[in-house]
Design a protein around this ligand. Structure first.
Ligand SMILES: Nc1ncnc2c1ncn2[C@@H]1O[C@H](COP(=O)(O)OP(=O)(O)O)[C@@H](O)[C@H]1O
Ligand SMILES: O=P(O)(O)O[C@H]1O[C@H](CO)[C@@H](O[C@H]2O[C@H](CO)[C@@H](O)[C@H](O)[C@H]2O)[C@H](O)[C@H]1O
Length: 454
């Protein structure tokens, strides 16, 4: 039986409660270097244990809390840390194939001298996770659950995706993909909730979850297994390929607009909607995000007055359109093309936003704006810059969306400009934190949106 130690989501010092004590220092060094680590802009002051479950000897499922220095600005109420999911392997000798997964050697305590590594890279641990999902049950606070109507074959060969990701994903035999969330927040993750609801609705644009991992104290989603679309290419790769070959991408963009509209309609049927939205509070929230972003990334500051006009104009429009559940972080990397059809993945929303906000009803224009920004991103990766390539894609996408949804996002330019501006501001912060080399891409849009009004 799995040996388990659980504590509540109240962090306690690793040093006081567990032989993993000696890992606190190692993790403090290792966590901020991970692509999926959210708190890169603030030093980690402590790493404390939330729960630990031994899945098999030498393989520990761990939830930790990474503590940051206290908020730096008055009024900054952002949490002083985040919870992360880790799978830690412990071995005396690490084989060369796992060298890239090495975290460090514990210096003291019962693990002294042993090599600790990220066990999601270890095929043995990855295979074990699938076995757990095939045979639902619990291990301490962990619950492994599945849809019994979908056969899950044994012994599918695992491989960890090496994509630039906010989470970690393991592909099993090109038949299934398990996404393990790295930053964990209490509550159901929309990347399980939304695709499950859409599947019940019969929406074939979204791969339906077949199994999932939860922690039960408190309830939070830890991972989701979905069918893998073999041979699929993501929209970002396809767009860059078209650009490199000097090829038009409007037919694909039009179909992508239609697919987005189809998913929005399915979302509006699957979840409650609210027809009485007001633009004012949404515009105010956008303006607040801009202020916070300009504090974080000073390069934004000269553009704040120009950008703010987009939110003021939008806010002054008064009553808004019906709001509903949306994707929340729609861009070319979140859509896959297989058999000449578009599929939509990753309904987690913008990873840095609180879960409650990501699960709230919002304007579908937020998603449209996200995708429009993405065409601009793609065009900006090529020198010389071809703005007309992006413009054609953006127009085709909106036309396809209008065809599917019955309303054309271009008919309300002030709405589109506000949402595009809000998205570009988010991207500036995202790039500053995760990929500073990419910062000029959203900054170019910021200049355009601030000075030319869209
Ligand atoms: N069902 C799927 N079929 C094929 N590939 C997938 C599937 N789901 C995800 N992927 C691949 O995994 C990558 C990361 O998935 P995603 O859900 O976007 O993770 P993250 O939230 O970590 O960015 C995608 O860009 C895509 O290449
Ligand atoms: O990891 P996620 O897919 O959840 O999304 C985050 O990372 C994306 C980058 O990987 C980031 O997207 C930005 O860059 C894309 C090109 O790499 C571009 O297509 C998007 O339009 C642009 O927003 C996304 O913002 C972030 O949430």
């Amino acid at each position: 039986m799995a040996k388990t130690e659980t504590v509540s989501l109240r962090p306690r010092g690793l040093d006081s409660i567990h032989p993993m004590a000696s890992l606190s220092g190692l993790l403090r060094e290792w966590l901020p270097r991970q692509r999926w680590f959210a708190g890169k802009d603030r030093p980690v002051t402590d790493v404390t244990l939330l729960s630990m479950t031994e899945l098999y000897p030498g393989c520990l499922h761990v939830l930790v809390h990474a503590e940051h220095a206290r908020p730096r600005t008055p009024g900054d109420t952002s949490p002083s840390g985040d919870c992360y999911q880790l799978l830690l392997g412990v071995r005396e000798h690490l084989p060369p194939r796992l060298a890239g997964a090495f975290i460090g050697r514990a210096e003291d305590g019962p693990l002294a001298g042993l090599a600790v590594y990220d066990a999601f890279h270890d095929p043995r641990s990855a295979a074990l996770l699938l076995e757990r999902l095939r045979h639902p049950g619990t291990a301490g606070p962990l619950a492994f659950e599945r849809d019994p109507s979908v056969p899950l074959p044994a012994a599918l060969a695992p491989r960890l995706l090496d994509a630039e990701q906010s989470n970690s994903s393991i592909v099993y035999g090109d038949a299934f993909i398990l996404k393990v969330f790295r930053r964990i927040q209490p509550g159901v993750n929309p990347d399980l909730e939304v695709p499950s609801a859409l599947a019940r609705q019969g929406c074939a644009r979204v791969p339906a979850p077949v199994a999932w991992i939860r922690t039960t104290r408190p309830d939070a989603t830890l991972g989701v297994l979905q069918p893998f679309l073999p041979g699929a290419s993501d929209g970002w790769t396809l767009a860059l390929r078209a650009l490199a070959e000097g090829r038009d991408f409007t037919a694909e963009s039009y179909e992508l607009g239609q697919a987005t509209a189809e998913v929005h309609l399915a979302l509006a049927t699957s979840f409650p909607t609210d027809p009485r939205s007001e633009n004012g509070p949404v515009a105010a929230a956008m303006a607040e995000r801009l202020t916070a972003a300009a504090h974080c990334v000073p390069a934004l500051q000269p553009y704040v007055p120009g950008l703010r006009t987009a939110f003021d104009t939008f806010g002054a429009c008064g009553a808004g359109r019906t709001v509903q559940r949306i994707h929340g972080d729609l861009h070319l990397g979140q859509v896959l093309r297989a058999d000449r059809e578009w599929f939509v993945i990753d309904f987690e929303g913008e990873p840095s936003r609180p879960l409650a906000e990501r699960r709230s009803v919002q304007s579908p224009v937020r998603d449209v704006a996200g995708m429009l920004r993405s065409f601009d991103y793609a065009a900006r990766t090529r020198q010389p810059w071809h703005p007309e390539w992006a413009d054609r894609c953006r127009d085709a996408y909106c036309a396809g969306y209008a065809d599917g949804a019955g309303s054309d996002p271009r008919a309300e330019p002030q709405l589109l400009r506000a949402y595009e501006t809000d998205r570009a501001v988010y991207e500036v912060v995202y790039e500053a934190r995760h990929r500073p080399d990419w910062l000029p891409v959203p900054m170019a849009a910021i200049r355009r949106l601030a000075t030319r009004g869209g």
